[in-house]
Ligand binder design. Structure first.
Ligand code: GLN
Length: 190
């Protein structure tokens, strides 16, 4: 059984745990760095990247997480989680883990009221369109060489990407009944 931690400092962590359990993984909330031990992968959920970043710093997550990430540890970051994993972030100082070579803009679509849903084509999930929920979401403005873009909006803007075992999405795959995105992440976990 795959043991996946979900960073449970703030944000939509419960929904990720539910989704991962539905897919047969052992999903556990992670509130302290010691709880990273023995995991096969980690999810950093959506929420408020400034808050999650500050709490990660406060509880001493950064060093142990950097160590794991340097070792190809599988990690999925959604929305605020994507911001925290990106190498370059416009609109956020400090706290970035730099695990994926992308440039991300926070709150790129506007304010909370500009949240929206969209049907995306995500080739790695198959032909059926994927309904994605964007909540005060970031977008990806630039990707490095080793980065595979997994999904784009109709205007071409990348909103999901992968580099090695790091997967990110600007949307919230835990908020719909469609488990294909988590399934894809689990397929990368040994
Ligand atoms: N706007 C939030 C941030 O910048 C992200 C929103 C989300 O995770 N749904 O951190």
């Amino acid at each position: 059984m795959k043991r996946i931690g979900v960073l449970a400092l703030q944000g939509a962590f419960v929904e990720h745990i539910v989704m991962l359990r539905r897919l047969g993984a052992e999903a556990v909330p992670v509130r302290l760095p010691e709880e990273l031990e023995g995991l096969d992968g980690l999810v950093i959920p959506g929420g408020e990247s400034t808050t999650i970043g500050k709490l990660m710093h406060l509880y001493g997550f950064n060093a142990s997480l950097q160590r794991l990430l340097a070792d190809r540890f599988p990690v999925l970051g959604t929305c605020a989680g994507m911001i925290l994993l990106a190498k370059h972030v416009i609109g956020l100082k400090g706290y970035s883990l730099g695990a994926i070579d992308i440039k991300v803009r926070r709150n790129a679509f506007g304010r909370q009221v500009d949240s929206f849903e969209a049907d995306l084509q995500i080739p790695v999930l198959g032909d059926r369109l994927y309904r994605a929920v964007f909540i005060r979401a970031p977008w990806i403005e630039g990707v490095g060489r080793g980065v595979e873009v997994l999904a784009r909006l109709l205007d071409g803007k990348p909103v999901a990407a992968r580099e090695g075992n790091t997967v990110v999405a600007a949307f919230h795959p835990e908020l719909t009944g469609d488990s294909r995105f988590h399934n894809y992440f689990l397929s990368l976990v040994d």
